[in-house]
Design a binder for this molecule. Structure first.
Ligand SMILES: [Cu+2]
Length: 126
């Protein structure tokens, strides 16, 4: 537990020092979902990680994909980028290409080994 606390504090400090690194947590149907970016978001390629856990146990046998999209705006068509994540060192890793700055909505979809599908929505800014 102490380690977890220390880690949380370090993560917080790290978040402050790198204000634009994405770190968002949510819970869907009892599963903790954490979305982080490797670096500050940029127009172009960005590496994201998704971590799934249930009761503190990492879930590493899910199928995970994410869609990032921006609604149609005046003078700009609807944009989206979809990617299937690959499990790397216990985290689902994916490369997302943002074609412009602004707010991007996302939908994370993951399928458990038992076939249950879950969706989580949110947004990031760059
Ligand atoms: Cu736009």
């Amino acid at each position: 537990m102490k380690f977890v606390k220390l880690f949380s504090i370090l993560a917080l400090v790290f978040t402050f020092l790198n204000a634009e690194i994405v770190s968002q947590s949510g819970n869907k149907d009892g599963i903790d979902v954490k979305l982080t970016s490797e670096k500050s978001l940029v127009v172009g390629d960005n590496i994201f990680f998704i971590e799934l856990a249930k009761d503190g146990q990492a879930i590493t046998n899910a199928k995970v994909k994410a869609k990032f999209y921006m609604p149609e705006m005046p003078g700009m068509p609807y944009m989206e980028f979809e990617e299937n994540a690959k499990l790397v060192n216990g985290k689902y890793k994916m490369l997302i290409n943002f074609s412009m700055g602004g707010t991007w909505q996302y939908q994370i979809k993951f399928k458990e080994e038992n076939g249950k599908v879950h969706k989580l929505r949110g947004s990031v800014n760059l």
